[in-house]
Design a binder for this molecule. Structure first.
Ligand code: PMP
Length: 324
């Protein structure tokens, strides 16, 4: 019998998908870990589960407690599912710039959702800082603190990385991914480098994020902007500290859109914006490395979460972007 024990047991063990169109174009094996197939629909289910189970194990989260988090949406969605499955309450603070689809989903799942203006991290009313203060003022509540809680990257060190290694029989030349909290990139990089120090670990970065310049020059200097959600950062989170980074690749929005529309039309994959940055960077890396290499990345979430944005020509036009 092969039966999963509820939602929690269904997180992870996602397929690794060969992206045929881009593999054929580049002569490399471009492989995407299908994180959109997690039961909550994104890569963040893994971090949400590890953060909650870590707090339970430490005795911080007790029956009937509340999980509080500041999130661009996917972590909140993962937390809200798991809170329902385990009998906790969930309070989410989200910047009002995030897609309506994610905000609506959080409410349907039963989370209390507070939308707040999007302000930089240095502002005390930044959604992440605000969520920490709200949690501290509540009884029987924990702050998930995904950016600086190392249970986040531990999820990827213990599950995502090992799954990729097994799925490829250890044949990985490079691993590339964009970072929000950095949990995915860090956990997988730390695991892969332990298995084989020659695996190239490359940060993919959208415009408006400071990590590309950080890797290239040591200075965090964001330039431009991006319509992608959940990725990019202007600080080094605890999850990204002491993590091996071999290089960085910057992908702009037109290239991101070209990639997600090709994934849709030629590969049948309906993907979110961060996947455009990830696969775009994998393709750029394939061109740098030359044919014959295996490059792994993550397909973080599906396109339905961004239907009214990335897949709406009018919305794109208002942002100065056009359908590829
Ligand atoms: N893509 C999407 C759509 C996300 O929501 C996130 C997380 N915010 C990421 C990528 C980045 O994942 P991580 O936080 O592990 O760096």
């Amino acid at each position: 019998m092969d039966i999963k024990n509820g939602f929690v047991d269904t997180v992870g063990n996602t397929p690794l998908i060969r992206i045929n169109s881009f593999s054929e174009e580049t002569g490399c094996e471009i492989l995407g870990k299908a994180e959109f197939l997690n039961p909550g629909g994104s890569v963040k289910d893994r971090a949400a589960l590890y953060i909650i189970e870590d707090a339970e194990a430490k005795g911080l989260l007790k029956p009937g407690g509340t999980v509080v988090e500041g999130t661009a949406g996917n972590t909140g969605i993962g937390l809200a599912h798991i809170c329902n499955a385990k009998g906790y309450k969930c309070l989410i603070i989200i910047p009002e710039t995030q897609s309506q689809e994610k905000i609506d989903t959080l409410r349907v799942l039963g989370a209390e959702v507070r939308t707040v203006p999007a302000v930089p991290y240095k502002n005390p009313n930044n959604y992440v800082k605000l969520s920490g203060r709200v949690a501290a003022e509540m009884d029987n509540a924990i702050w998930a603190n995904q950016f600086d809680n190392l249970a986040n990257r531990q999820a990827h060190y213990e599950t995502t990385g090992p799954e990729m290694w097994t799925q490829t029989d250890g044949k990985i030349d490079a691993w590339v991914a964009a970072t929000g909290t950095g949990g995915t990139f860090a956990g997988v990089s730390l695991f892969l480098k332990e298995k084989n120090p020659d695996v190239k670990c490359v940060v993919a970065d959208p415009m408006g994020s400071g990590l590309y310049s950080y890797v290239k020059t040591g200075e965090i200097k964001p330039e431009g902007k991006s319509v992608t959600e959940g990725i990019g950062n202007s600080r080094i989170t605890a999850n990204m500290e002491d993590v091996p980074i071999d290089d960085a690749i910057q992908i702009d929005d037109p290239e991101c859109l070209r990639v997600i529309y090709q994934l849709l039309k030629r590969d049948g994959l309906f993907m979110g914006g961060s996947v455009g940055i990830n696969v775009g960077a994998a393709v750029a890396l394939a061109k740098q490395m030359g044919p014959g290499h295996t490059i792994v990345t993550v397909l973080c979430d599906g396109g339905a979460r961004y239907q009214s944005r990335l897949y709406d020509p009018q919305w794109l036009a208002a942002k100065g972007l056009s359908l590829p």
